[in-house]
Design a binder for this molecule. Sequence first.
Ligand code: PHE
Length: 452
Amino acid sequence: MQSTQNSIHGYWSSDRAFFLAATGSAVGLGNIWKFPYITGENGGGAFVIVYMACIIVIGVPVMMAEIMLGRSGGKSPIHAMKDHVKNSDGHNIWESVGWMGAIAGAIILSFYSVIAGWALSYTFLSAKGGLANINGDGAGQLFSQLLSSPGSLLIWHTVFMTMTMTVIGYGLKRGLEQAIRIMAPWLVVLLTLLAIYSVLYASYADSLLYLFSFDFSKLTTESVLVAMGHAFFTLSIGLGAIMTYGAYLPKSASIPKLTISIALADTLIALLSGFIIFSIVFSNGLEPSSGPGLIFQTLPVAFGNMPFGRLFGTAFFLLIVLAAWSSAISAVEPINAWLVEKYGITRLKSSLISGIPVWIFGVGTLLSFNIWSEYKIWGKTFFGVVDFLASNILLPLGGVLIALFTGWIMQKSISRAELKIGNRMFIGWMFSLRYVAPILIIAIFINIVGIF
Ligand code: PHE
């Protein structure tokens, strides 16, 4: 039996290109938009600790497993898992990792695109000077205006979906690799400048206190589930996105080193974003727990009142768009790789076939901020439900299956050859996949029953 297969889709041009693409997938709205607001909703420091623990104990081992399954499979997750299951005489149930992940990716993109649309709209608003001298109330009104207009939301959602599916159409090397090379350094430069701004002009000490003071009494069972779900969401794991990127990884690259670098970069950027946003929140008397609108109501206040704010503001929202773009692509790449493998169609066709249903589904999310805002299931809007279903149910479930499959079913000779790590590290990794990650995920799952 052959232990590794070649990808028909080609390979990243270097380890660095993979690192940038995978970090581009990991770093997105999850870091800049979601992490700060869920930290705000879940009480601050204690939540941050649980989230970081989930990244280390569950996220890193599962991510290593996913990249390994991708590289040794050399195909889209649906086909790669089929091959892996066949080669290890496993039960068909394990193949569901591929299918479930493809569905989770489509669901995530459907709401991701709506939120990225908000950032697009703010990019133009800022460029036109629409944020000049704005205060907390003004920023709040501007944001409600956007949300209450299904027409504008639809336009921005459509623009973002078109951008995403165009890159998918062009393929990875010509589209994605190039784009990420250019935007990654800018993201770092702008975040650093905003961090300096926070220290000089905003309540940075309160922000640090909020992020790093641990009051565990504020932590609920649902907060723990949200923290774990977010660990999966932010690393883009549990749905086959990173597995697909792994399929294009040159055989010589070190999976453990890359995984740790990606997880580190992702966590640092999330913390830095939280630090910046809470500094601005506290210096403007805003509420940290104001939900999904948090960054759209806080950052404009800073940009509207700082020197060169129009320029910084425009650049910052544009970078959110770029960060979201590089993540969005990875969410639908698994389905596209599968369509190309299975039906031999062009990437342009596959991008239309996968993009249109996602675009339609996204309309549900955009309506849940206006016309449908009163319709609730389990106390959540349509957007709340799809986000909860994908991030907190499907991704962790995919993660458990990936951990258990790699830990118990797959031949160790294959994973050992792929990872090329020492015996002690390999045993530690196996232990985590066999026991630690699944037990923790299942225990947290069982607890959610209490939420409903
Ligand atoms: N990791 C991305 C973020 O944090 C979200 C994402 C999840 C992207 C799953 C692709 C797949 O924004």
